[in-house]
Design a binder for this molecule. Structure first.
Ligand SMILES: Nc1ncnc2c1ncn2[C@@H]1O[C@H](COP(=O)(O)OP(=O)(O)OP(=O)(O)O)[C@@H](O)[C@H]1O
Length: 760
């Protein structure tokens, strides 16, 4: 309920003065805290630790803690406070200021409530129908540290008309109408009620958020991560939160949001980087991508591992010093079966295999020697003699060679006999398609195969792959850290420093101190790190094998999954959330839907819907809150050559740059046209054009549809829509591209326009 009241300039000024004074107090407190933490940090750094390694680690752990706190205080400067609630509850009438973090005076009087605190929920959820005790919700609009505008939302009818109630352009619309910078910003001051319910949902379980384009799924997912880190800080600080997005340009687009909410240290990974130390290049062949996406790849990799556990074709004679032994096939088979039966990963089970073979060979050799010499002496030393013998070692290695995940995956595609064996249930045409050179770059579709292989192969230090220290080692390290922590608290109390560092912090810190990695970096570098929560954005793109990897990363299965089934573009994109999640959690997931499109103007959204419907794509149709112009369609003659097409694109892009003066224009084109269009546009608009998302200092970016996924621009020039449909075998990606603009869309093509696209 927002009814107009008469506002006089004096009334506005009076209210502005009140709020400015309060905001001044808040910033003064922020500055004082910064100063305090900076001094504490300097004092800790000055602490003399002598040459004691442990004391040094302890001091560094404290320094890291203060650095983090200082970084948090520095990151919330912009729009520190954005809301005020006047409410009445059991405690009587009170006023609360809502901001990015909680602030209190030196004597613990509350000055500002963290937006994630329970007391702040009403700021987002109260409505006229359910006021939750709120009489007035006030939005404070800041420029730097100054309050420039105030807007009131009055939920108590009695308050309407009272002096001091101000109304203006909706804070939400003001936020939506601001120019895009190419980097996502937080929405903390204008989170809507349906979004807030998802943000504050409980931690456990799998929570799926389906929503059409522009409904704020990414924004909600990021604010939820910040909320969970606040509400479950102890638990999640130890285990961490992983955010997964489709591409590194997407992660770059969103990576300022969490720091602006005072949260750093979340691990972000694209699908190509889920395996430490490897960056998967795109899988160009869609059929290959489709094959590698399926869960039966787990059987393929299992077979590839089994193929490394070989029984030789014949019995083998081997020299060991002055002896000769026979390695019978039967023995190898028996030892192999026993080693497999341990259930241990390949590289660990090898020890069992070797032990059985050596013991039996030594027994036989010993009996032989005893028989020949007529003695009955203990010849157990023979085990070591045999172990050292080069021929024996070589033979055992041929039967059961330790192998790294990377070698296994490379060789399964590069060595025909491995390929034929592991992919035995596939046709030979499919195997031909999969075959590639051993040094071919690993692709994004290989990443889950590597992870699967690592799971089945186990530890292999010499291959340079990091695995989790055993539980026992970790427990020991934590115990040491607890002792160290106790000592450290003692000594820091002596110098009057107060800090909160847990034993787990110290364990993590000590584990990584050699490389001075942050906790987030350590988690990302450790394939077997168990995260406390995983946020998956654009989740419709995940293949079953990618889901399998993520489920492994979070054994507690605490997930926030956001996406839009209709926007799927990958070769094995999900067709429904049920189908995507059923293999991992059955039907045990909650599903919510977001229903309002905050990005795309209604006329453009309608055009995108028409294209999707013409192709019978099942889509969510959120209600668009913005108005705007319908798309401008240019159908070029079919014989238009590439140069003429590029010239037309350049003309229209130039027009868009002018139309959105100072805004960001994206040219979205089929992959094979991106480079050429980039060159032509750079010639036309020197210094203004960049290829890829990271060039946002320019006002024009040229991108493929995959790169544009999840992003938004003031204006989009979409090139050759029919080729975009062909490129990804469906209209999903065209639907994505059409829903990227916040203001304007142009579509240019010489090919036939896809069904549903008509000139307006
Ligand atoms: N409550 C809100 N207040 C202000 N802006 C909002 C709000 N919700 C969403 N937005 C804005 O709407 C735009 C779209 O949000 P977002 O990218 O999160 O949508 P999405 O559902 O992930 O989109 P898509 O699936 O199309 O990639 C962003 O600019 C975001 O900041």
């Amino acid at each position: 309920m927002t009814e107009a009241t008469t506002q006089t300039p004096q009334m506005v000024q009076r209210q502005l003065d009140v709020e400015r004074e309060y905001v001044r107090i808040l910033y003064a407190r922020l500055d004082a805290l910064r100063q305090e933490k900076a001094e504490e940090l300097a004092r800790v750094r000055r602490t003399d630790t002598g040459s004691n390694h442990q004391s040094r680690s302890e001091r560094d752990a404290f320094a890291t803690h203060y650095e983090d706190r200082l970084a948090q205080l520095n990151s919330v400067d912009n729009r520190l406070v954005f809301g005020r609630l006047d409410a009445t509850d059991d405690d009587g009438a009170h006023t609360r200021y809502i901001g990015r973090i909680g602030l209190a005076t030196e004597d613990h009087q509350r000055l500002m409530v963290d937006w994630r605190a329970r007391e702040a929920a009403a700021f987002y959820q109260a409505t006229a129908r359910h006021p939750m005790g709120v009489r007035r919700r006030r939005h404070l609009i800041l420029d730097g540290r100054d309050v420039t505008a105030i807007e009131d939302d009055v939920l108590d009818p009695q308050m309407l008309g009272e002096d001091g109630v101000l109304q203006g352009e909706g804070a939400l619309l003001a936020a939506l109408n601001s120019k895009r910078t190419g980097r996502m910003t937080d929405i903390v001051s204008t989170i809507q009620a349906e979004q807030d319910r998802i943000i504050r949902a409980p931690l456990p379980g799998v929570h799926v958020v389906q929503g059409g384009p522009g409904t704020g799924k990414t924004a909600v997912a990021l604010h939820r991560a910040a909320y969970l880190l606040y509400e479950h800080r102890e638990r999640l600080r130890k285990s961490g939160v992983l955010i997964v997005g489709p591409s590194s340009s997407f992660l770059w687009y969103i990576d300022r949001v969490l720091p602006s909410l005072g949260e750093t240290g979340v691990v972000m990974s694209s699908l190509a980087d889920l395996y430490p130390g490897v960056h998967g290049v795109p899988e160009c062949n869609r059929e290959v991508a489709r094959i590698k996406a399926g869960l039966d790849m787990a059987d393929v990799i299992r077979q590839a591992v089994r193929d490394r556990q070989k029984v030789p074709a014949t019995d083998q004679k081997l020299r060991a010093d002055s002896y000769e032994v026979v390695l019978p096939r039967k023995l190898v088979r028996r030892a192999r079966d026993k080693a497999r039966a341990t259930g241990k990963p390949h590289n660990q089970a090898r020890a069992t295999f070797v032990k059985i073979v050596l013991r039996e060979l030594a027994d036989r050799l010993g009996q032989d020697l005893n028989k020949r010499s007529g003695n009955a002496i203990d010849r157990s030393y023979l085990v070591e003699d045999l172990r050292q013998a080069p021929e024996v070692r070589k033979a055992l290695n041929l039967c059961w060679l330790p192998v790294s995940p990377e070698t296994l995956v490379r060789q399964v595609f590069a060595k025909r006999h491995y390929l034929d064996s592991a992919f035995r249930t596939y046709t030979s045409a499919q195997r031909d398609l999969l075959a590639r050179a051993a040094d071919a770059p690993l692709t994004v579709s290989d990443v889950p195969l590597l992870d699967e292989a690592a799971e089945l192969l186990g530890d292999l230090e010499e291959a340079g792959v990091r695995f989790r220290t055993s539980e026992a080692e970790r427990a020991k390290a934590t115990e040491n850290a607890e002792k160290a922590l106790y000592n450290m608290h003692q000594s820091l109390e002596d110098v009057g420093v107060d800090g909160v560092v847990t034993a787990a912090d110290l364990t993590a810190f000590n584990e990584e101190s050699e490389y001075r990695m942050t906790a987030a970096e350590a988690a990302h570098a450790d394939r077997t790190w168990a995260y406390g929560h995983v946020v998956v954005d654009e989740a419709q793109e995940l293949t079953p094998m990618q889901w399998r990897v993520l489920m492994r990363r979070c054994p507690m299965k605490s997930f926030t999954v956001v996406g839009d089934i209709a926007q799927g573009g990958a070769a094995s994109a999900a067709t429904s959330w049920d189908a995507a999640l059923e293999p991992f959690v059955g039907d045990r997931f909650a599903l919510d839907e977001l229903t309002v499109n905050y990005r795309t103007p209604a006329a453009i959204a309608d055009a995108a819907v028409a294209v999707a419907r013409a192709a019978r794509l099942k889509i969510s149709t959120p209600k668009a809150v913005r108005d705007g112009q319908a798309p401008l369609l240019t159908q070029l003659p079919t014989n238009t050559d590439d140069a003429a097409l590029a010239a037309e694109v350049a003309d229209q892009t130039q027009a868009e740059v002018e139309a959105v003066a100072g805004g960001l224009v994206a040219v979205i084109a089929p992959e094979h046209r991106v480079a050429h269009l980039g060159e032509v546009l750079s010639g036309r608009l020197p210094g203004k054009v960049g290829a890829g998302m990271r060039r946002v200092e320019n006002s024009v970016v040229v991108l493929s549809t995959w790169e544009a996924k999840g992003l938004e621009f003031d204006s989009v020039v979409l090139v050759e829509p029919s080729e975009i449909v062909e490129e990804y075998d469906g209209v999903g990606s065209l639907y994505v591209a059409m829903t990227r603009p916040t203001q304007r869309l142009r579509i240019i093509g010489a090919g036939a326009m896809p069904a549903g696209l008509t000139a307006s």
